[in-house]
Design a protein around this ligand. Structure first.
Ligand code: NAG
Ligand code: NAG
Ligand code: NAG
Ligand code: NAG
Ligand code: NAG
Ligand code: NAG
Ligand code: NAG
Ligand code: NAG
Ligand code: NAG
Ligand code: NAG
Ligand code: NAG
Ligand code: NAG
Ligand code: CU
Length: 575
């Protein structure tokens, strides 16, 4: 072929890919049928609430820029919403999903259509119910590939797979939650952890290994992209694959610099994309996960969930897979090393630089507490009170007659207050365990529905500061509607003078969920460039109903693109 025709072919290809990349947005329209499903786990049948008869629910596969339409039919006995975890919801604020924050739930027998565009994010997100504890079984992956003509910024994987980590109860999870809330006690711990819905054979299941364990067949020498999602309610995990290193290339649908590791630490709400190369002796290898349990004295199920990586045609198919050695449950140094070593890939087309000025400078305490039992009641929390939780001494209570977003839109008073403070009411020795039960009345934070109002497009910096009231613990804090930059993380009480010296303004990881170090702090920053009401909360479902939440109310910006549109016609009403 003559050089000139090579050039011509190249030119035509370039031209075509340009056409595709401007016209590549597809409409992805599907339905979720949500209803009872009987499944058999751990030697017994259990009725769960599930989407389309599967656990996890169906994977939604889209390309960046696509227009997503999901018709949700609630044939379950429970109130329902779906949250599209990590989706920015620019101009589709009514589709975000948390009950009584953005919408009233879809009542049993009802339906609602979620419509949003997936623009400016590539990687792995997920969807889950945002009503009580329903997300234990109402969840699934949301895979966003680059649009046509664009590529991954890493070696093209031979195949991709989703690895959904979950948590299982031999009971109805709503009953478990309601029982705990009735007495103020800590809820019953889970009976198993799962990988793609299966506990694996280290749990007794009364089943054969091939019938209780997720299995991924790999071709020797090939590289796989594993999209790991932590859909567990209350458990952070250490995750490993025996004898194999992993290369992290993304987290929360933002590309990272390649980071090689033999262990992944992942909190509820987070996703981690890793490359796995099948470069070991052909055979069977377990992938395994067990808790990273940061709270001293906390109770948890200490078993390990497994799945199997099976090399194609391995002669040793019948032998027992090799089990990786997971870090100790309380191995905070390993958790911290992983979480603080990730950095953003700034050559990503979706990267934008860190805002250098701050309009709202907040220090927000996050932690546990108690609330009064109530007269003539018996409570099982410590001191005979109820467990509770708070941010800046405000323990969040959901409204029940209208969502906060709708109250904002319709100017309905009495639903929320906009008095969430930029600082805690009292400066104290936040992380000192020795006086953890007696902090000038701070143990019992009042219940309220308090939001922080910010101007459109303002830059918000939040230092999440863990407290030792009741006990220190790593809380995975999730922000709806935005990604944030993680500028720094550390232990003890935050000291701005010290910490700001180490802020990463160059390539901080971008996330929607950050595990605030146990007995420590994390500094995040984001641009509030989407008007609406955006929930901020601990993604441990044990702490959310206790009140470990607040919301940002981002005001309208004065242009059509920066104004909250009206709710859609089928928007659920509270009745
Ligand atoms: C869920 O099930 C419905 C009804 O069978 C089907 O139309 C829809 O495509 C399914 N959704 C997904 C995401 O698989
Ligand atoms: C669904 O399961 C619940 C128990 O979890 C039961 O009370 C209800 O009757 C079931 N509904 C249907 C339609 O089977
Ligand atoms: C989504 O994108 C389409 C064009 O692809 C546009 O017509 C629609 O208004 C967008 N929807 C939202 C909610 O921004
Ligand atoms: C969806 O709900 C509306 C009422 O909100 C109802 O009129 C409609 O028939 C429902 N659609 C289906 C397919 O069930
Ligand atoms: C798997 O377990 C189910 C339920 O016990 C049983 O019906 C099915 O036959 C089993 N399949 C295999 C391949 O063992
Ligand atoms: C994994 O990576 C570590 C350090 O980067 C290296 O020492 C080790 O040999 C690697 N193991 C495998 C199986 O590639
Ligand atoms: C493992 O799980 C079983 C229930 O499936 C539980 O009885 C046992 O205590 C657990 N083991 C540990 C170490 O937590
Ligand atoms: C595995 O065996 C099948 C059938 O013999 C063969 O077609 C395939 O190429 C083998 N794969 C590898 C990786 O050796
Ligand atoms: C990774 O973490 C280790 C341990 O916390 C720390 O010593 C090292 O500086 C970190 N490296 C980077 C690049 O952040
Ligand atoms: C938000 O502020 C940034 C920095 O000042 C500016 O570049 C951007 O245009 C603003 N966005 C809007 C929509 O006003
Ligand atoms: C914060 O750090 C600075 C500089 O190291 C130090 O002078 C100051 O005393 C510290 N503040 C507190 C409250 O510890
Ligand atoms: C279901 O939602 C309605 C609002 O539409 C609310 O009044 C009711 O309390 C909810 N039910 C439960 C069990 O939360
Ligand atoms: Cu928490």
């Amino acid at each position: 072929m003559a050089p000139s025709s090579v050039f011509a072919v190249g030119f035509v290809l370039a031209f075509l890919s340009l056409c595709f990349s401007t016209a590549s947005a597809d409409i992805v329209e599907t339905s979720f049928i949500v209803k009872n499903l009987t499944v058999n786990r751990l030697c017994q049948n259990q009725v769960i609430t599930a989407v389309n008869g599967s656990l996890p629910g169906p994977t939604l596969r889209v390309k960046e820029g696509d227009n997503v339409i999901v018709h949700v039919f609630n044939q379950s006995p429970y109130n329902l919403t779906i949250h599209w975890h990590g989706v920015f919801q620019k101009q589709s604020q009514w589709a975000d999903g948390p009950e009584f924050i953005t919408q009233c739930p879809i009542r049993p027998g009802g339906n609602y259509t979620y419509r949003f565009n997936l623009t400016g994010q590539v990687g792995t997100l997920w969807w889950h119910s945002h009503v009580q504890w329903l997300r234990a079984t109402v969840h699934g992956a949301l895979v966003i590939r680059p649009r046509d003509g664009q590529k991954y910024p890493f070696v093209k994987p031979y195949r991709e797979d989703t690895i959904v980590l979950g948590e299982w109860w031999n009971a109805n999870v709503i009953d478990i939650e309601n029982a705990a809330l009735a007495t103020g006690a800590a809820p019953q711990i889970s009976d198993a952890y799962t990988i793609n819905g299966w506990p694996g054979d280290l749990f007794n299941s009364c089943r054969s290994i091939s019938n209780n364990t997720y299995r991924l067949d790999v071709v020797p020498g090939k590289t796989y992209l594993l999209r790991i999602i932590n859909a567990a309610l209350n458990t952070q995990f250490f995750f490993k694959i025996a004898n194999h290193n992993l290369t992290v290339v993304g987290a929360d649908a933002a590309y990272t610099n390649p980071y090689q590791t033999d262990v992944v630490v992942i909190g509820p709400g987070q996703t981690t994309d890793v490359l796995l190369t099948a470069n070991q002796a052909p055979g069977l290898y377990y992938m395994a996960a067990h808790p990273y349990a940061s709270a001293v004295g906390g109770t948890f199920n200490g078993n390990t969930t497994t799945a199997i990586i099976a090399y194609q045609n391995a002669t040793s198919q019948t032998t027992t897979p090799i089990l990786p050695i997971l870090p100790a449950f309380n191995d905070t140094p390993t958790a911290h090393k992983f979480s603080s070593n990730l950095t953003a890939l700034v050559t990503s087309p979706f990267w934008s630089s860190v805002p250098q000025t701050v309009d709202e400078d907040m220090l927000v305490t996050v932690g546990l507490g108690l609330s009064p039992c109530g007269s003539n009641q018996n409570c099982s929390g410590i001191f005979g009170q109820r467990f509770s939780a708070s941010m800046n001494n405000h323990s969040f209570a959901l409204p029940s007659t209208i969502s906060v977003l709708e109250a904002f839109f319709r100017n309905v008073s009495g639903v929320y207050t906009d008095d969430f403070p930029n600082q805690p009411p009292l400066v104290f020795d936040y992380t000192n365990n020795s006086n953890s039960f007696n902090q000038d009345g701070l143990l019992m934070a009042p219940k309220s529905t308090s939001v922080k109002k910010v101007k459109f497009n303002s830059t918000v910096q939040v230092v999440f500061q863990n407290t030792a009231l009741i006990g220190v613990e790593n809380h995975p804090m999730h922000l709806h509607g935005f990604n944030f930059y993680v500028l720094a993380q550390g232990f003890g009480n935050y000291n701005a003078t010290e910490a700001s010296k180490n802020f990463n303004f160059v390539n901080p990881q971008e996330r929607n969920t950050i595990g605030v170090p146990v007995g420590g702090w994390a500094v995040i920053r984001f641009r509030a460039n989407n008007p609406g009401v955006w929930f901020v909360h601990c993604h441990l479902d044990v702490h959310l109903p206790w009140g470990l939440a607040m919301a940002f109310l981002v005001e309208n910006g004065g242009t059509p693109e920066s104004t909250l549109p009206p709710p859609p016609a089928d928007f659920p009403k509270c009745t």
